[in-house]
Design a binder for this molecule. Sequence first.
Ligand code: COA
Length: 183
Amino acid sequence: MYGPVIQGSCFRLRPPRPEEAAVMIAWFEDLEVTARLLRRWPPSLDEEQEWLKKTAADPNSVFWVIEHEGRPIGVTAIEGIDWVNGRGKTGTLIGDKSFWGKGIASEVMRLRADFAFRELPLRKLQSGYLEGNEASRRAQAAAGYREVGRFHAQFFREGRWLDEILTELLREDWEKKQADSAS
Ligand SMILES: CC(C)(COP(=O)(O)OP(=O)(O)OC[C@H]1O[C@@H](n2cnc3c(N)ncnc32)[C@H](O)[C@@H]1OP(=O)(O)O)[C@@H](O)C(=O)NCCC(=O)NCCS
């Protein structure tokens, strides 16, 4: 499924458009963008278009483009949703590096969690990041994700083995945060 429009402060989350596949594959061509991503290899245009079609039809994922002034600058999603056990895996990619460090991912994660717990019957969101991805670590922590484990030396990047840190955001922690910010 594609996600509905969600307005952020300087961006919005919205469904992708088929012609945006070309912009998206360019993000995966940049080693700096993929340095701490699980997926490294740039897809072909056909592959990306096919993937966008498959994602639209997938009842177990919610996928958004992050749009700034009409242009896609990244993507975010809740994927692999297990409706029986009420959990899904989240991920975010800001492919346009000129938008890094402006607080966008932190806000995206907050809005996505609001959607997951207000509009979907989910109990928790699971995520993670690779060792050294300080921006992802901080953005997830700001959205309420907690570290719950670690796979040691899980991925080989830039000449060394990196740990994968596993995180989760529980509905009750999100509810507590809502209550705290309301009081
Ligand atoms: C990781 C990523 C999503 C972060 O997005 P972003 O919009 O730049 O993040 P934010 O601006 O919201 O920053 C989040 C926090 O990290 C800090 N930060 C940002 N860039 C940083 C950097 N290069 N080094 C250290 N800290 C950084 C910010 O100051 C902020 O900290 P704060 O909460 O204490 O203020 C983005 O860099 C990205 O898409 N990278 C490539 C793909 C990727 O790694 N995705 C995540 C996979 S887990």
